[in-house]
Design a protein around this ligand. Sequence first.
Ligand code: SF4
Ligand code: F3S
Length: 104
Amino acid sequence: TYVVTENCINCKMQDCVEVCPVDCFYEGKNFLVINPDECIDCGVCEPECPVEAILPDTEPDVEKWVEINTKYSLEWPNITRKGAQPPDAEEWNGKPGKAALLDP
Ligand code: SF4
Ligand code: F3S
């Protein structure tokens, strides 16, 4: 499966949602997640993310994000169309410590 990881937080660009063939993205206030059980591993969303927040679960240290994506994909609404980006999205790209800012 692919999952959304830390660098999406407060960037939330949403380019990823438009390309998913199975519509398995879910939207939180400042972060998106993938439902790992619905993801068919096609990989097309990975290069669409401008901040490289989408990773396959075969990458190191992604286990924690698989858990987070699983949990919130069951709680948050589905998203299939790109909405407005946060006005300061670019400023948050690459900022350290964003995991603590995830707003459920
Ligand atoms: Fe959707 Fe494919 Fe990305 Fe999985 S890898 S979330 S199926 S676009
Ligand atoms: Fe987040 Fe990248 Fe999608 S910033 S909303 S994973 S395009």
